[in-house]
Design a protein. Structure first.
Length: 189
């Protein structure tokens, strides 16, 4: 097994254990046991649980940064902003276990300062979809569109239905809010 695959297995098993037992109650020994490796073999890749969590967020940062960079090169029109939400929906979908970890382990997020870097990325995404100079209600709609994407990740997990249908429903609602904000601002402008 290649080093990249081992790293991914460690991340996946760690997330499973953090979800089942909690971050604080999960030890490196338990992670190594579930992987079927020695603690020394695990240390080759990660020396601490914190390093595992940070690696998860580093992996998540790349697609977020790529999306922000892409968006900044595009026209600041509604079509671009709707595409930003669509692409962000895919990022969230691919990283759903990481976002669940974030939601369930907020104290750990604060301790590791991961939350601050993630918040910074969210604010950059918000800048991309925001309507500068728009009325407050339209600015709220833009903010709510982005945060609807996150809320949907958590609030719909216990509702029956196809996960992809739920993801599309969340995206649809977020895009409707953004479209409404743009139409209202254009009508007033």
């Amino acid at each position: 097994m290649s080093r990249g695959n081992t790293r991914q297995r460690i991340q996946d098993i760690s997330l499973e254990l953090f979800a089942a037992r909690g971050y604080e109650k999960t030890s490196l020994r338990e992670i190594a046991e579930h992987l079927g490796v020695t603690k020394a073999a695990l240390y080759y890749h990660f020396k601490t649980k914190e390093e595992i969590v940070i690696s998860l967020f580093d992996d998540l940062a790349r697609p977020c940064d790529e999306l922000i960079d892409w968006a900044l090169e595009q026209p600041r029109d509604l079509e671009t902003k709707l595409e930003v939400l669509r692409r962000y929906s895919e990022v969230l979908n691919q990283a759903a276990p990481v976002f669940r970890f974030m939601q369930e382990n907020q104290a750990t997020m604060r301790e590791l300062s991961i939350g601050e870097s993630f918040k910074g990325r969210l604010m950059k995404l918000l800048d991309v979809i925001q309507l500068p100079g728009a009325e407050l209600s339209d600015q709220v709609r833009c903010s709510a569109a982005l945060f609807t994407m996150h809320a949907g990740t958590f609030t719909l997990q216990n509702i029956e239905g196809d996960p992809e249908d739920k993801r599309h429903a969340v995206l649809e609602v977020a895009q409707e809010m953004l479209t409404t904000a743009h139409r209202d601002a254009a009508a007033r402008g």
